[in-house]
Structures are given as C-alpha cells and as structure tokens.
Write a protein that binds this ligand. Structure first.
Ligand code: AMP
Length: 280
C-alpha cells in the first residue's frame, strides 16, 4: 500500500493509473477502522482495479468541539488493517492539504435534507461533510465512491452534492449495508468511547429500531416512535430523535405503504450514537 500525504502527489499517481485504463474505487473515512469500514474496502476491491482509502478527521463537520477532540485515533492499527485487506493507496493528509491557506468554504444548497434529523441536531455538520467530500473527490476523481448505509442521511447528502457539483455523471455511489456487532449494535468508531456498562446498553438503539420494523404494520407510527423513545430513555439514553421517515426524502412518514426507514440518534454519557433500519 502506498501512503500519500500530499494531494498533488496522489492526484498525479492516480492520473497515471487512469491513463492506463484503471478504474478507481474510493472509500473516505475518519479512521479508527472497524469491520464496517473494511466491508466498504472489500466492495471497492471487487469492483475496481485500484482501491483508495482516505483517513482524515475533518474538523469542519464537527459541531461539537468535545466530540472532535475525543474522536478515536488508531493509525498504526488502521494501516495494518488496510494492508491486510488489500488497499492500494491510503491518503493521509494534514489539514493544510485539504484546506490550504485561502480556502473559501462554499455553501451547498442541501435544502430540506439539511433541516431534518442529523441536520437539525448537528447544525453545519452536512456543510462540513460536503466541503471535505468535494475536496477529496476533486483530488482523487474516482469512478466509484463507497459509503455506508449506517450514515443514511449522509448518503443522501453526498448524492445531492454530486448532482449539485456536476460530478454525478462521472462518479457512481455504492451504498454498503451496516455491519453490526454480534448483539446487533452498529459498528462505529465512537463505540470505542463507551464504557463497559454503556456498551451493554448501546444495543437498545438497534433493539428499538428492530421493534419498529417488526411492528410497522400492527401499530400506529406515532405510537411506535413514542414507545421507542421511552424505552431508550429508560435505558439511560438522552434521545435526540427516533423517526420513521420516507426513504426517498427523509420526510416524516404518514403511511406505511411506501418505502420507509426508521432512524435514531441518542447519547449515552458523552457518546452520541446513530443507527437506522430499512422497514419495508
Ligand atoms: P467514518 O469513518 O465514521 O466517517 O465512516 C466512513 C465510512 O464508513 C462512511 O461511509 C460510513 O457510513 C461507513 N461506515 C461506518 N460504520 C459502518 C458500519 N457499521 N457498516 C458499514 N459502513 C460503515
């Protein structure tokens, strides 16, 4: 695996590979890698000639400075895992390569997508995501981009970003299912910050989303949401939201006859967790 720290050097290298007809798959991450990340790398390896992963903890997408300061870092282990699963290139930029002096942040017109759920509870988060993803895509110019369903709303935001910036014709998005721990907890770098008791309780997010999925045709949507919120609170969570939304645009569902997704965000102690399940 070749490690690049300079954007220009990576672009040049990939340009040469593309000239030889190689297809590039790209997996952006913030590191502290787990099997969920590796499943994106696996998918990229199967469908492309070259797989590029980036590790960059993007400051502009953190609305909570404490979350940024304590974001887990595990670089040696990440590099070992990336080599182990056959990654061709790792982009490990310092902040100055992503946001060079004079960098002017753009505003992306994300519309209602930015007002709901994560957008509502994390003001500015998706603007930061778009800033970093646009920059990474300009540097790497991949054929395919691999994203996790775990961040369902982020996938929709990035699809919108590709349309807004005219990249949608050249870059195909692949969304990879959420990898879970044996008890059902969605794998997440932030799980590393849970203490033993919190880790045990964390599974209740998945349990409540599963309860919604199992009962979507037998109980009303408001009753399902309310029960999930109350159960999570009983387990010690501070709940930001439990929502049942239309898969197409994340507006709150009013009927269960169209494709729906249940999404939740809740904190245990200082750790905020998100998860979602497709319902029908
Ligand atoms: P992150 O490092 O958390 O920014 O995540 C990098 C990519 O990995 C994003 O596209 C995430 O959606 C994806 N990802 C994170 N957790 C999981 C998981 N448990 N299963 C599948 N993909 C994941």
């Amino acid at each position: 695996m070749i490690i690049f720290k300079k954007a220009g050097e990576l672009s040049q290298y990939l340009g040469r590979q593309k000239d030889k007809g190689k297809k590039i798959g790209f997996v952006p991450t913030m590191g502290a890698l787990h099997e969920g990340h590796l499943s994106l790398i696996d998918a990229a390896r199967k469908e492309n000639d070259l797989t590029v992963c980036s590790i960059f903890i993007n400051p502009t997408q953190f609305n909570n400075p404490d979350d940024f300061r304590h974001y887990p870092v595990n670089l040696e282990n990440d590099i070992r895992q990336l080599i182990g699963c056959g990654t061709d290139a790792l982009f490990l930029p310092p902040t100055s390569e992503i946001y060079p002096k004079g960098f002017q942040p753009k505003h992306f017109e994300l519309g209602a997508l930015e007002q709901v759920l994560e957008g509502h509870f994390r003001p500015g988060h998706f603007q930061g995501v778009c800033q970093v993803v646009e920059r990474l895509l300009d540097i790497i110019q991949p054929h395919r981009l691999y994203l996790g369903q775990k961040d369902f709303q982020q996938c929709m935001v990035i699809a919108r970003l590709l349309k807004l910036t005219g990249k949608a014709d050249n870059i195909q998005i692949s969304i990879i299912p959420t990898r879970r721990e044996p008890d059902g907890l969605a794998m997440s770098s932030r799980n590393l910050r849970l203490n033993e008791k919190e880790r045990k309780n964390a599974v209740h997010i998945y349990k409540q989303l599963s309860h919604i999925k199992e009962n979507i045709h037998s109980e009303t949507l408001p009753a399902l949401k309310q029960k999930a919120i109350e159960e999570l609170q009983k387990q010690g969570f501070i709940v930001d939201y439990v929502e049942i939304a239309n898969q197409d645009d994340l507006t709150p569902a009013t009927s269960n006859s169209v494709p729906l997704v249940a999404l939740a965000a809740a904190s245990l102690g200082k750790v905020r967790l998100i998860d979602n399940l497709l319902l029908n």
